[in-house]
Structure formats: structure tokens, C-alpha cells
Design a protein around this ligand. Structure first.
Ligand SMILES: *Cc1c(COP(=O)(O)O)cnc(C)c1O
Length: 401
């Protein structure tokens, strides 16, 4: 999200850099610049051989059958939703606590978002909240989300919604590195959509991908990521290729370039090491923050799952004032997310009744705070975040007591 990127470089530039703790800094693998230079001088920079290799590499990383690379996770969601060929205006379940891009994708696909409340611990819809929303609206599809890197149980949620699994489009923007029962998020999916945005765990800068078990969906996304053309220009210019192509669907311009794919291939090799670092940073936060008065630590029910720790989200009283104090002290934070039901456009579209029917979202949204978490965050920086947060909480408890 662009507001995170702004915090990395803006505002605090005149503070001594030793004191500042950015919210997120994108990591880049050793040697990535040299590999990009090779691609730049190869004579082919848009969708071509590097994209094909990146798709194979990412599929292997996930243990997925097929990956199709696209321009962003938002585009991936829209292309997958369009591929369901649902009647215009069909209801589609979506978490209320999610990123606006995921809901825009539903709207751009001509469908109607239906908000589903979240569970207090996991911060994603539970089987109960999904079943409740499904009973009200008879959805024809559902978008799920792995908030912060918590892998949701997609088959269980599909059952709760009364939907076939091939009517579920997974927003796996926080998914790389997450697993459930030993299978990566997206490995067995009809349509799992990943993001390689600057602040995500697998940063390219911009980029996205669809992982799928369905060859028809893969073909459809491959064509609709590039206007709906039956063949991309790389294929047409290959030896034996032809200038002819057809258009069978109105697509987007949402292809990934070979420059992005080159970065992605280098990044993928470094990702497991970065994930280990995230897990260690989370262990240190957990240890340092456990038992602080008023503080709720993130997602505690982790039986059988590998959390990807895209975010470390605590819940804290007097959140807005604490953010102001941390900002003043040079510590970058963020909030994931301002609920969909609190945004002007969606309130207008969905109406007050639906926007008022997500009480857990409303309550936790006032308290959520994402702390700095990125590979390369130093022990000293983490200690500074912990001590500022501890001070802020202790002062409030003393005042209250
Ligand atoms: C970042 C994000 C997206 C959008 O990803 P892009 O690649 O920037 O389009 C979608 N959903 C969630 C939950 C996100 O955090």
C-alpha cells in the first residue's frame, strides 16, 4: 500500500538515522542488479522468457501446478473473478477487514461485494461468520484473505459458504511463506492471487501472480492479462510464430514484464532466508511484549499452520494517540486495515445496514497497529520499538489506575 511506502522515505528524513525505525524496507537479493542488466541488454524486456521462468520457479516454490504472472494482485483478483463468468451483480463474499484493492476487483468484475465479519483472534472470517453472511445473501463466489500471513482453511470456508471450491478466489497477497498442514497457501487452489508489491514478503516493487490447479483458468488469465489476445508478442515472434491472433475475451493490460520477472527470480531464492528472519523477529516481539497491560498479541491459534508473518499486528488501547507518539519518536507503523465498511464509496454502495453488520471488525479496527517488521530490522531497532510501546502503555495504565 502506498501509505507504507511513503513512510519509508518521507517525513522523518531530518532525524538522525540511528534513531529512526521505518515500518518496512524492501529487501533485494544479492546480484539482482546484475541480472536486471542482463535482461535489459538481452533485446527482450516485456513478457517473455523471464516471465515463463519466473512462473515455473514460483510454482515450484509453492508446490503448485501452474502459475500465471500478472501486473499486480489486484489485477489477478479481477481476472480470476471475471473468469468465473458469473451473472452481473452476483453477490461475492469478502472480508470486511481487507485492502480496498480486493473489493475494487470485485466491483470492476461487475459483481457485488458482501461484507463478512472477522474472528477476533485470526482477523479473518470464521466458518460461523461466513455461514451467517451466506444465509443472508446466497453468494455465487467468495474472496478469502490470509490476513498478516495467517493461512485460512479454504475448503472449510467454502463449505461454510455453501460454495464449490472453484468459486473461491483467494487473496494471497500476504500468503508467500504461509502453509497449512504442510501445504503452501495457494498450492491446491482454484485461484490464489499473490502480490509482489514493495512492502510484501516477496517484493519485486510491483507484480502479481495467480496459482491454479485448473488449466482452463490458467489459459484464460494468460490471455486476459494481455487484452484477451490469443498469443502474446513473444510467442508470435518466436521462430515459426505467426503474426495472427484472435481476441475471444475483453482483457486488461496487466502483464508482467521480463524486468520484473528477473527481479522476482532472484528474490525467490532469497525468500526462505527472509522468512526465517521474520519468524525470529516475531519470536523476539512475542517475548518482549507478552503480558504488557492492555496489549493483545497477534493471532495465537496457530495449530497446524505456518504463519508467513507479513505483518506483526498488535491490538492496543488509545491506538491513534500511540501512533502519534511513535511517529514523533521516529518509529513507522501502519494499520491493516481501515475497514471497507468505514470508507465513503463502499458505504454509499453497500448502504448503512450492511456496513453496520460487522461488529468485530468495527471493534478491532480501532485497536489494530502494525509494528515495524522486515528482514534486516536490527535488535537495537526492535528494542527501541518495544521500549517506546512499553512506555506508552505503562503511562496509560498509571493514568487509569
Ligand atoms: C497489497 C494487497 C493487495 C493488493 O496487491 P497489489 O499487488 O498492490 O495489487 C490486495 N490484498 C491485500 C490483502 C493486500 O495487502
Amino acid at each position: 500500500m502506498s501509505h507504507d511506502a511513503g513512510k519509508q522515505n518521507g517525513r522523518d528524513v531530518d532525524r538522525p538515522s540511528g534513531d529512526r525505525v521505518p515500518f518496512a524496507v524492501p529487501s533485494f537479493a544479492d546480484g539482482v542488479a546484475e541480472r536486471v542488466t542482463e535482461t535489459l541488454t538481452s533485446g527482450w524486456v516485456t513478457t517473455g522468457p523471464q516471465v515463463a521462468e519466473f512462473e515455473r520457479d514460483f510454482a515450484a516454490y509453492l508446490g503448485a501446478e501452474t502459475v500465471v504472472a500478472v501486473a499486480s494482485c489486484t489485477a489477478a483478483l479481477e481476472l480470476c473473478l471475471r473468469a468465473l463468468d458469473l451473472p452481473p451483480g452476483s453477490p461475492v463474499l469478502t472480508p470486511s477487514l481487507t485492502f480496498c484493492g480486493a473489493v475494487n476487483a470485485i466491483l470492476h468484475a461487475g459483481l457485488r461485494p458482501v461484507l463478512v465479519d472477522v474472528d477476533e483472534d485470526t482477523l479473518v472470517p470464521s466458518e460461523a461468520t461466513v455461514a451467517e453472511a451466506a444465509a443472508r445473501t446466497r453468494p455465487l463466489a467468495m474472496v478469502t484473505q490470509n490476513q498478516a500471513g495467517y493461512p485460512v482453511d479454504v475448503p472449510a470456508l467454502a463449505r461454510a459458504a455453501g460454495l464449490d471450491r472453484n468459486r473461491v478466489v483467494e487473496d494471497a497477497a500476504h500468503g508467500p511463506g504461509a502453509a497449512r498442514d504442510g501445504r503452501s497457501a495457494g498450492a491446491d487452489s482454484h485461484a490464489a492471487c499473490f502480490s509482489f508489491y514493495a512492502t510484501k514478503n516477496m517484493p519485486i516493487g510491483e507484480g502479481g501472480a495467480v496459482a491454479t490447479t485448473d488449466p482452463d483458468l490458467a489459459d484464460r488469465v494468460r490471455s486476459t492479462r494481455l487484452h484477451g489476445m490469443s498469443k502474446d508478442s513473444w510467442k508470435r515472434y518466436l521462430p515459426g510464430g505467426s503474426w495472427r491472433y484472435d481476441v475471444r475475451n475483453v482483457g486488461l493490460k496487466a502483464n508482467m514484464t521480463d524486468i520484473q520477472a528477473t527481479i522476482g527470480r532472484a528474490q525467490l531464492a532469497a525468500l526462505p532466508g527472509w522468512q526465517d528472519e521474520r519468524a525470529e523477529l516475531v519470536r523476539r516481539y512475542d517475548e518482549a511484549l507478552a503480558g504488557l497491560p492492555g496489549l493483545v498479541l497477534p493471532q495465537r491459534n496457530l495449530d497446524g499452520v505456518t504463519h508467513a508473518w507479513h505483518l506483526y499486528q498488535v491490538r492496543i488501547p488509545d491506538r491513534d494517540a500511540v501512533i502519534a507518539e511513535l511517529t514523533e519518536a521516529g518509529v513507522g507503523t501502519s494499520v491493516h486495515f481501515i475497514p471497507i465498511s468505514h470508507m465513503t464509496e463502499y458505504r454509499g454502495l453497500l448502504g448503512p445496514d450492511e456496513c453496520g453488520a460487522v461488529p468485530v471488525t468495527d471493534r478491532v479496527a480501532e485497536e489494530l497497529l502494525s509494528l515495524p517488521l522486515f528482514p534486516g530490522l536490527t535488535g537495537a531497532q526492535q528494542d527501541r520499538v518495544v521500549s517506546l510501546l512499553t512506555g506508552a502503555l505503562r503511562r496509560r495504565t498509571a493514568l487509569a489506575g
